[in-house]
Structures are given as structure tokens and as C-alpha cells.
Write a protein that binds this ligand. Structure first.
Ligand code: SF4
Length: 428
């Protein structure tokens, strides 16, 4: 959590004519270390070693919950006082810890050294450490480095930093033939659903980044077309573009409309004719519409307030307003990257109150005075707001659950109705 002087900048205009309230002040968000919780599940042969303090270890343990008992593929090399006093010691200690780890866990294919606030403050050069260790252990184990610190990253930006660290080691594509790369970690089941739809449309070859095994890195180069599945991958997308890939800008695959627009973007790049496209998506769209109907009825006409947390807020707000009929009181997001967000912002209803950054007390005041039906926020705010009589939805669940694609559209809406249902049931 960072404390900064409160300075409100009046407003700035993004695309269309939606004004953005820019705020800087006290923030209530996770740092990028939390990305490890879902990234280690995605890449089954990778290990994440946080170089940080006990605070960092506690954070990961509480975010990962019960997963810590299942021999996880993450851990913390805790910087002790001796390390903090002398950098030479810290470097030696780190090397020793890594050697021990690799002996104990020979199945590790890729080891990420993850920087934290303490390692950054004492200027521990993890990039150099990773290079040295990589030299020693590659090809058996590749050692990479990125920062998940609260100074540099907010929550999902940790995934961006992690994927960004992998881009330079992706193999170069040998031909200029078109190939689709889906960027952003998706649950395996969602990946399989998309793969089937792409196959039926004749779109391919398709690779997913990150891959299920860190050893199976997709190649990149001229002809690679990027279809981005998560809106928080600013750095990764720019690095991939620098390696010759081309971005296919699109809304994100949340809800029926978002998924159709996303698939259509790829279909157009592969010149799939529209009849074929419609025929392929029709059964899934019909299923999703049926599934969504009952939640639509429940959410329609209700007011939503979204606090900034994950970068998913704008696509989710678009889904809640256009597909569930909700009224958007305020849509907060940690930052807006025009390259990745313009297509989503254009779909928000005119007049939506967008805010970027946070000054939590002021935002809480706005939330209280609006009395929304549902407030989407982090765990730190959820219980206090519930105690004030407001229904909340924990935003972290939106990152951990498989919610992309047609077959998950109803699950996504259900997450928002759940807290309303609970309140109804508990009211006597
Ligand atoms: S990286 Fe920084 S913000 Fe994150 S847990 Fe460690 S000390 Fe806290």
C-alpha cells in the first residue's frame, strides 16, 4: 500500500467523450505478488521464488489460502537483517537457497526470482542474479526475474511483469505465415473451449501465452497476431509487438457480446466468412443466453459501483450494463491503457463515471452517498461496507475463477447476484 499526497486532477477525455476522474492518494489494492497464486497453477513446471520479507510471505500465504498445504510451487526467500546490512551476503544467500531448491525439486523447469519492495529498496540486483543462475542451470532449469513489488505493480500487473520477463526468451518464428497467439492466462477448460471454436472456424495455428508448461514456449515474430484475453497486459503486449507481432485490438471475452466481438476479431483477420462464423458460435450463444436469463432479471435496473483493483473493471462494467441491464454509478480502475482499453470504453454507456487511480476515502464517500445495490471491491473494503448495509462482491474472485467465454457468461453474472441473494435470504 502506498501513501501519496492527495491531488485530484479534474478530468481528461479518453475516447468517445467519457471524462475520466484521475485520483492519487491512499490505495487499497494488492501488490503484484498475488499473481503468483494463479500463475503457478497455470504453468505446472514453474516455481516462483519471492525474494522479500516476512510480510511478503504472509501475503502470499493468505492469498493462496489452502493451497499452501499442497506442496506449492512458490516460496519466499526471506531477507534477514544480515542480508539487509550487506548486499554481498544477500547475493550469496540467494544463490545458496536456489541451489538447495533445485536439488530438492528437480522437476522445476523455469524458476522465477520475484522482486519485492524490500529487495528493491536495498537494490538487490535480481536480474543479474537470475542471469548468473541461468548460466549455471540452463538448459535443465531456466531462471528468469520480474518484479511483483507494491512499489512497481498493482495486483494483476504481476502477471504482466511475469509474462513480460518471458517474452525475450520466446523462440523466433521461422516463417511469416499468420499464427494466432492468445495472450493472458486462461483456465485450461476455457482454453480448450476457445481452441475448439478456432478449430471449427479454421483459424490457426493457435498458441496460448502463458503456456501450460513453461517449457513449451510459443514462438513469436512476423505473422504472429495477438488476441489479448486479459486487459492488464500492457507491457507484455508492447514487448510482443517489438518482436514483430501485430495486435488485433478487441473488447475482451467476458459475456456473450464480448466473447463474440473477440472471436470475430480473429475471424476477420483469418477472413472467415460470416455465415460460417455465425454457424460455429450459434449453439454456444444460445446456451449462454439461456443460462444468463435468470441472472439478467435479477440484476437489471440495479446500481453497481466498482472500486479499482484488477483492471477487469471496465470490461466487467460493460458486461453488467449492456448484458445485465445494470446502471453504472462509478467504474474505478487502477490505470487506463488506451492501447488495450479503447475498444471497451467505446462500449460503455455515454456519461459513465470513470475514475483512474484511487483516493480511497474520497471514493468511499462517493460510494456511500450513491448507496449502490452492489459494490465490487477488494477484501479490505468488503466487510466494512457489508457492515454498513451494502452488498459487496470481492473482486479477487473475478480473477481466480474461470469467467471468460460463452459457457462461463452465466457464472460471471451469478457472481454478482450471489451477494444480493445472500442478503435477501438473511433478511428477516
Ligand atoms: S512486495 Fe511489498 S507490498 Fe507486496 S507484500 Fe511484499 S512488502 Fe508488501
Amino acid at each position: 500500500m502506498a501513501l501519496q499526497a492527495c491531488t485530484d486532477h479534474p478530468s481528461e477525455t479518453v475516447s468517445s467523450d467519457i471524462p475520466v476522474l484521475k485520483e492519487r492518494g491512499q490505495r487499497e489494492v494488492f501488490c503484484g505478488l498475488t499473481g503468483i497464486v494463479w500463475l503457478h497453477r497455470k504453468m505446472q513446471d514453474a516455481f516462483f521464488l519471492v525474494v522479500g520479507s516476512r510480510t511478503c510471505a504472509h501475503l502470499i500465504q493468505s492469498a493462496a489460502g489452502v493451497m499452501i498445504f499442497a506442496e506449492p510451487r512458490f516460496g519466499t526467500a526471506i531477507l534477514g537483517e544480515r542480508d539487509l546490512a550487506g548486499l554481498a551476503d544477500a547475493n550469496e544467500e540467494l544463490e545458496r537457497v536456489v541451489e538447495e531448491l533445485l536439488v530438492r525439486r528437480p522437476d522445476i523447469n523455469t524458476l522465477f526470482l520475484v522482486g519485492s519492495c524490500p529487495s528493491e529498496v536495498i537494490k538487490l540486483d535480481l536480474a543479474k542474479a537470475a542471469e548468473k543462475l541461468n548460466h549455471r542451470h540452463f538448459p535443465k532449469t531456466r531462471v528468469l526475474n520480474y518484479s511483483g513489488s507494491g512499489i512497481e505493480t498493482t495486483f494483476t500487473q504481476g502477471e504482466d511483469a511475469c509474462l513480460g520477463s518471458m517474452v525475450p526468451v520466446l523462440p523466433s518464428k521461422e516463417t511469416d505465415e499468420p499464427a494466432l497467439m492468445v495472450v493472458g492466462s486462461l483456465a485450461d477448460v476455457v482454453e480448450d473451449q476457445f481452441q475448439r471454436l478456432f478449430n471449427q472456424m479454421g483459424i490457426g495455428p493457435v498458441s496460448f501465452f502463458p503456456p501450460r508448461r513453461a517449457a513449451d514456449l510459443p514462438s513469436v515474430g512476423k505473422g504472429t497476431k495477438l488476441l489479448v484475453a486479459q486487459p492488464f497486459l500492457s507491457e507484455t503486449v508492447r514487448l510482443l509487438i517489438a518482436r514483430g507481432a501485430k495486435l488485433l485490438p478487441s473488447p475482451y471475452p467476458f459475456g456473450i457480446e464480448g466473447t463474440t466481438a473477440w472471436l470475430k476479431t480473429a475471424a476477420e483477420a483469418w477472413e472467415v466468412d460470416s455465415e460460417k462464423f455465425e454457424a460455429v458460435i450459434a449453439p454456444a450463444v444460445a446456451r449462454a443466453n439461456t443460462g444468463l436469463e435468470r441472472y439478467r432479471q435479477e440484476l437489471s435496473g440495479r446500481k453497481a459501483f466498482l472500486f479499482p483493483d484488477s483492471q477487469l473493471e471496465i470490461p466487467l462494467a460493460r458486461f453488467l450494463s449492456r448484458e445485465c441491464g445494470m446502471e453504472l454509478v462509478e467504474v474505478g480502475t487502477p490505470y487506463i491503457d488506451r492501447l488495450l482499453m479503447d475498444h471497451e470504453i467505446a462500449l460503455l454507456p455515454q456519461g459513465t463515471a470513470l475514475s483512474e487511480g484511487q483516493d480511497v476515502e474520497k471514493q468511499l464517500d462517493r460510494c456511500r452517498s450513491a448507496r449502490p445495490d452492489i459494490t465490487v471491491c477488494g477484501l479490505g473494503l468488503a466487510n466494512p461496507l457489508e457492515a454498513e448495509g451494502m452488498a459487496t462482491k470481492w473482486s479477487i474472485e473475478l480473477v481466480f475463477s474461470p469467467l471468460h467465454g460463452y459457457d462461463q457468461a452465466a457464472d460471471l453474472a451469478e457472481l454478482f447476484t450471489r451477494s444480493l441473494e445472500r442478503r435477501k435470504r438473511l433478511t428477516v
